[in-house]
Design a protein around this ligand. Sequence first.
Ligand SMILES: NC(=O)C1=CN([C@@H]2O[C@H](COP(=O)(O)OP(=O)(O)OC[C@H]3O[C@@H](n4cnc5c(N)ncnc54)[C@H](O)[C@@H]3O)[C@@H](O)[C@H]2O)C=CC1
Ligand SMILES: O=C(O)C(=O)Cc1ccc(O)cc1
Length: 289
Amino acid sequence: MFKKIVIFGVGLIGGSIALALKKHPEAPHIVGVGRAQQSLQEALDLGLIDSAETDIASALHAADLVIIATPVAQTPAILKAIRPYLDESTIITDAGSTKSDVMAYARAELGDQVNQFVGGHPIAGAEKSGPAAAMADLYLGKNVILTPDAQTSNSALDQVSRLWQQCGAVVSHMSAQEHDSVFAAVSHLPHLLAFALVEDLAKRSNAELLFKFAASGFRDFTRIAGSHPEMWRDIALANKTALLSELRLYQQALSDMTALLEADDSRALHDLFEHASRARNDWAKSKIQ
Ligand SMILES: NC(=O)C1=CN([C@@H]2O[C@H](COP(=O)(O)OP(=O)(O)OC[C@H]3O[C@@H](n4cnc5c(N)ncnc54)[C@H](O)[C@@H]3O)[C@@H](O)[C@H]2O)C=CC1
Ligand SMILES: O=C(O)C(=O)Cc1ccc(O)cc1
């Protein structure tokens, strides 16, 4: 178990790591470093962290792990700021939703200490953000992807794996590039579609009427459009190439569906819905087991 952990960004993701670790008998001392004094104070009041620091040198003194859980575009500045205070055994990891950008930032900012960096991404979260949204059981049974490369130290990788296992998660490894192409399809694209649909309706002159009668299907499809704007701006820009390719595939799927509807192709529409419905139900069943 780590003895002193510094978390940059004590919101939903960083705060949930802190709460999960606090359930262990030998819980580490957890220091929070934040951008907004108010949310750091909230994290202290909620008992997510043991102390709050604004001074990076004191925050990092004798720290054995640094976790970056901020929007991904904050990563290079944080790595630059901590570099002078890292000793040779301090491990650095992150929880960002994109990984090629983060791995490149680590190579650019950490120099010969890049082997101490382990890229990570918990596949668990919510449309809610901030310290008050943190949950001790957020990671129970959930996947965490780590993206080691040829330079990553095995010992750092093992220790970060164990940290996530202590939070109840199931750890897998992938290259950063594979990670970004998988999550462009199953996470980043759906979030953009939800934002696009809500925005399209919200801009219409009869938006009030539309929202008044929208029901559970709309709620399910658009829940994630309530997510944090800065976080999603950063994810979209960081994973732009993979996301643009998913958007093009989706546009083609919409064009194909439009053509079927225009042609009143009842049989093809039914087959498409049947195939998609079976795939969705099989996926949901496989998640319950
Ligand atoms: N929300 C989700 O469901 C998931 C989010 N992630 C990733 O985790 C990261 C954090 O997301 P959340 O916890 O949801 O966001 P959040 O908004 O709940 O928390 C982020 C915290 O970082 C702080 N912050 C921002 N810039 C900072 C800086 N330069 N230095 C120190 N603190 C700073 C903010 O004040 C905030 O308290 C993001 O990179 C996101 O892509 C990963 C998996 C799931
Ligand atoms: O709210 C939801 O259902 C999510 O999908 C949360 C989420 C958001 C970003 C991630 O990188 C991983 C999980």
